[in-house]
Design a protein around this ligand. Structure first.
Ligand SMILES: Cc1ncc(COP(=O)(O)O)c(C=O)c1O
Length: 428
């Protein structure tokens, strides 16, 4: 089926040659002395090939697991490294926080005052989950496709405070999913807390419509946005959620250990603050009687505090700039094209392929998850590992599937190489 195989091999040889020419030494542990200039954006295959050389990601690796963590380009790594060096050379304290917030707000379509800087999605979800004013027996609607970082904060709150979690099944289409949520709203429902794109099957949920339904009933909406930032042309205001917890270390290609929490200004005074520290307050006085906290700062900084890694903030701004130079829409189109190509070819490969990611175009983006009837799909992951093709076996929620993620450093040749392994596995 894959006459492309010879094309893969020769183009990988070309790629190795081009990469070496462009960025010079790329040995592990070294940043290149000079970073190749970004190529002029275009939709040609040759453009994406040049762009691949902006990443230290080893040319001998086919990385199809951006859903776990996204490799940063050289420009981001360099920015962080230089800034860390400057801090330790000069003793500078802090900085770049406003730059990162400004960049994120522009990138995500929010007000700057609605963005808090977090370390990851889990932290953002915990802040929101603990801060919402809930009591025992209040109901939270979630899905059966949650990641541990979204599930456990709520399970913990259920354990400690008696809130009740209700699971809503995902539909095969956006319409069916929306209906499932609407049908399960009861007078006890206080929060709908769902992934924009679940970590299991990469389905894009109709979050805008679900949040509208929530708002109409006075229900809080919380979105676990681990995957979409940097993948979709995201505009959080347009979704209309109360809270969106995202990270910069997946599709945004930012430094690891960076994230954001969007809290709509409209619910800022409802979402209570439980961690307190430098920067979060509007004045405090330990010498008055009694000592007082005068209030919270009127922006997202009320949810974080203390000394932070300023260099990572600089890296976030650089990642946003990098994506902006390529173009958000161009990125979305590219990652979707690669995933659609994979999904279409997989479904044609064998009737034994059990496709879990919906085929409906509004419900799919840059992840494809599948199983193979009668086979242990984890063995395909092991086989791929031997060829340096990196995938993600998903055991969460007993799904037991293989998830393939696509990003701008991937090519159709990468997908062909994976398809070839799948074809061999089917025959084995
Ligand atoms: C859907 C989803 N939610 C939450 C998380 C947790 O993200 P983080 O590790 O940034 O806390 C992940 C991580 O993969 C995820 O895929």
């Amino acid at each position: 089926m894959f006459a492309h195989y010879t094309r893969i091999m020769s183009s990988r040889r070309d790629f190795l040659k081009n990469s070496a020419l462009l960025v010079g030494a790329m040995s592990f542990g070294n940043l290149p002395a000079a970073i190749a200039p970004l190529p002029e954006p275009s939709d040609d295959e040759s453009y994406w090939k040049l762009l691949r050389a902006q990443f230290p990601l080893s040319p001998s690796r086919i990385f199809l697991n951006n859903g776990t963590v996204g490799p940063s380009p050289f420009v981001v790594l360099n920015e962080v490294q230089q800034d860390m060096l400057e801090i330790d050379t000069t003793g500078r304290y802090g900085g770049h926080e406003e730059t990162a917030i400004k960049a994120l707000a522009g990138f995500l379509g929010t007000e700057e005052s609605e963005i808090s800087l977090t370390r990851n999605v889990t932290e953002g979800i915990n802040i929101a989950c603990w801060g919402l004013p809930l009591k025992a027996k209040d109901e939270i609607l979630m899905t059966g496709h949650e990641h541990v970082g979204h599930a456990t904060p709520w399970l913990n709150r259920a354990k400690l405070h008696g809130v009740v979690i209700r699971i809503v099944p995902l539909g095969k289409t956006a319409e069916e999913t929306l209906k499932n949520f609407k049908d399960r709203i009861t007078p006890q429902t206080r929060v709908i807390s769902i992934p924009h794109i679940p970590c299991t099957i990469g389905q894009v949920l109709p979050v805008k419509e679900i949040c509208t339904a929530a708002r109409e009933k006075g229900i809080f909406s919380l979105i676990d946005g681990a995957h979409p930032p940097g993948m979709l042309e995201l505009n959080i205001k347009d979704i209309g959620c109360d809270v969106y917890a995202g990270c910069c270390h997946k599709w945004m290609l930012g430094p690891k250990g960076t994230g954001f929490l969007y809290v709509s200004a409209a619910i800022r005074n409802d979402l209570q603050v439980y961690y307190a520290g430098g920067g979060f307050d509007n004045g405090w006085d330990m010498l008055s009687t009694p000592p007082v906290l005068k209030g919270y700062i009127d922006n997202g900084h009320r949810y974080y505090y203390g000394t932070q890694n300023a260099s990572l903030f600089k890296g976030i701004a650089k990642a946003v700039e990098f994506q902006g130079q390529i173009g958000k829409k161009r990125i979305e189109n590219r990652v979707k094209q690669l995933a659609a190509y994979l999904q279409d070819h997989l479904t044609r490969l064998s009737p034994d392929i059990e496709m879990l990611t919906p085929v409906e175009s509004v419900s799919r983006a840059a992840q494809v998850s599948f199983r193979i009837t009668g086979k242990d799909i984890q063995k395909l992951q092991n086989q791929c590992n031997e060829k340096h093709i990196i995938t993600r076996y998903v055991a969460e929620n007993d799904i037991k599937c293989l998830r393939i993620s696509t990003h701008i450093y991937n090519s159709f040749n990468d997908i062909d190489a994976f398809l070839l392994e799948t074809e061999k596995f089917l025959k084995s």
